[in-house]
Design a protein around this ligand. Structure first.
Ligand code: ZN
Ligand code: ZN
Ligand code: ZN
Ligand code: ZN
Ligand code: ZN
Ligand code: ZN
Length: 282
């Protein structure tokens, strides 16, 4: 039977996504309702390092804050500065120290601490003064998060600052991934097929789901029936015999002459030129 093929130029059906992702600690979702301090002017309750730049120089603790995430240096590690840089949103924990000959300055009231003290964020604190800036709960023995020069309990931080993950819709504590103008847990922004995180590699979107290059091609690209490689955006291709072919792959199965724009014959899904229309060993 004499057939004709239709040559087409593949239109970009699935747009390639080249958004670079980056990971940061969260940006504030919204500020908390104004922190309330009964009977006190707001400035008086501000911690001293806010108003006193040299404050952190007055006391260099030998030990620094321990942390449950990889962002902070481990206990005993050399501290590059009195206040080690901690990524925003990092969950930290204060360390308790017993009373000793050390009498550090308190980071809250700026007076000398005699007796047990806490060390957090590279400073020392009266244990009873190290409290959540919003709900005032003690942070002496629980995890806290530093935000805008204040410390918050995890609950308050989650409520007021933590961004929401676009996939699982829960709040993100710790590392945040930014992609597609949304925020994600690093563990939630993964290939919809193989579930591997993308890191900094490219990904493709299909039906609102991101896919890694490999799975995207495997699942969604059109493959050439001649060479089995995908027909990519911009490629010229032919639709014939119920399949898609690169224009250069649409050739006679016997003599390999290009059949683009030529009448052709077929046997077992394979195109044949007029001369080989009745070939037996195809
Ligand atoms: Zn104090
Ligand atoms: Zn709180
Ligand atoms: Zn999530
Ligand atoms: Zn994948
Ligand atoms: Zn091909
Ligand atoms: Zn031929």
């Amino acid at each position: 039977m004499l057939l004709f093929a239709i040559l087409k130029e593949k239109i970009l059906k699935h747009s390639l996504i080249f958004f670079w992702m980056f990971i940061t600690a969260p940006a504030p979702a919204r500020a908390p309702v104004h922190s309330y301090t009964p009977g006190k002017a707001d400035s008086s309750s501000r911690p001293p390092w806010v108003t006193d730049d040299s404050f952190s120089q007055k006391f260099a603790p030998g030990k620094i804050t321990t942390s449950v995430t990889k962002h902070t240096l481990a206990r005993g590690a050399p501290a590059p500065s009195p206040t080690p840089a901690v990524a925003r949103g990092t969950i930290q924990r204060a360390e308790r120290f017993p009373a000793s000959n050390r009498t550090p300055l308190c980071g809250h009231c700026n007076s000398i601490i005699r007796g047990p003290f806490l060390v957090a964020m590279g400073r020392s604190w009266h244990p009873e003064e190290f409290n959540c800036a919003y709900c005032k709960t003690s942070l002496a023995d629980v995890c806290f998060v530093e935000e805008q020069n204040s410390v918050y309990c995890e609950r308050c931080y989650e409520q007021f600052f933590a961004p929401t993950c676009a996939r699982c819709h829960t709040k993100i504590m710790g590392e945040v991934m930014h992609a597609l103008r949304q925020t994600w847990h690093t563990t939630c922004f993964v290939c919809a097929a193989c579930k591997k995180p993308f890191g900094n590699s490219l990904f493709h979107m299909e039906d609102g789901e991101p896919y890694c290059e490999k799975d995207y091609i495997a699942l969604f690209s059109t493959k050439c029936h001649g060479c089995d490689f995908p027909v990519e955006a911009g490629d010229k291709f032919i639709e014939a015999l119920g399949h898609t072919w690169h224009d250069t792959c649409f050739i006679c199965a016997v003599c390999h002459v290009n059949l683009e724009g030529q009448p052709f014959y077929s046997k077992k899904d394979k195109p044949l030129c007029k001369k080989h229309a009745h070939a037996i060993n195809v």
